[in-house]
Write a protein that binds this ligand. Structure first.
Ligand SMILES: [Fe+2]
Length: 279
């Protein structure tokens, strides 16, 4: 069966059918998938049923595996893969909904992951969509004077921003040693493969903007986020059994939705791929 790639919106996302990641893949199919990933930002690869080790081999067709920060979510027999589960609780018993609120993954790393991959293992009957917003399209739509001003700014990214409404699960102490305290990244980054500029912000991780006080920085970040996550820049993914979704963290924000029956299990495998220093 030939690979079929179909666009999901006019700017973001493509659906991929006719690939089997449990079988060897030829070079031209691999190149076609990598090109579609870079061009479309999100690939929705249907009808997969991959074990953790099969998933690792599949994602290696797109790059090298990035060691994720919070090792408490690692699968014991395949630690490069973490799990995302709605059955997780904070130490005080409150449910923990991973990924709620717009963000980009692990931006507090010197070299944040270029991509994140999720593979659905168990899904609720309704809801639990993942939303994506295209930061390159959002950048293009900004007035030129604001584009120019933003190109001179850098943000300070930390594990957990003190301004974030969303609380993250604390890092185990062993992981704390290898996760940087704070890193600086440009607010506008250039995609190393497409050369397109995009907005690089993260409300759960940005502590401030270099050279601006909070009174100036926080409203600017809020205004940018509201602009960049407008529905016209979004692709909203409704999960189906067998979906494997890979997205480009260099040019997208994403968010999970905890809008479903929490008595139903939602469980996905997560892997990330190594990226470069944002520039
Ligand atoms: Fe995420």
């Amino acid at each position: 069966m030939a690979v079929a790639i179909t666009n999901l919106t006019d700017h973001t996302g493509a659906e991929v059918r006719g690939v089997d990641f449990t079988a060897p893949m030829d070079g031209s199919t691999r190149a076609q998938l990598n090109r579609a990933f870079v061009d479309r930002g999100v690939l929705v690869i249907r009808d997969q049923k991959l074990s953790p080790h099969q998933l690792l081999s599949a994602v290696r067709l797109f790059g090298d595996v990035f060691p994720q920060h919070n090792t408490r979510f690692a699968l014991p027999d395949c630690p490069e893969i973490h799990f995302i589960s709605n059955q997780d609780k904070f130490p005080d018993g409150r449910p923990y909904i991973p990924g709620e609120g717009w963000h980009t993954d692990h931006s507090n790393d010197v070299r944040p992951p270029k991509a994140t991959v999720l593979h659905a293992v168990a899904l609720p009957g309704n809801g639990g969509d993942t939303q994506f917003a295209n930061m390159a399209a959002a950048y293009d739509a900004l007035p030129e004077t604001l584009q120019r001003r933003l190109r001179d700014l850098s943000a300070i990214h930390v594990y957990q921003s003190s301004h974030s409404a969303r609380q993250l699960m604390a890092l185990p102490s062993a992981a704390k040693e290898r996760v940087p305290n704070a890193v600086l990244h440009p607010i506008i980054r250039t995609h190393p493969e497409t050369g397109r500029r995009s907005i690089y912000i993260n409300p759960i991780r940005i502590e401030g903007i270099v050279g601006l006080d909070h009174k100036e920085a926080l409203p600017l970040l809020e205004e940018l986020l509201a602009h960049a996550t407008a529905p016209r820049f979004q692709y909203r993914h409704e999960w189906r059994p067998g979906d494997m979704v890979i997205w480009d963290n260099r040019s997208l924000l994403h968010k999970a939705n905890g809008d479903y029956d929490m008595n139903e299990l939602r469980y996905l495998y997560r892997v990330m791929l190594k990226g470069s220093v944002p520039m």
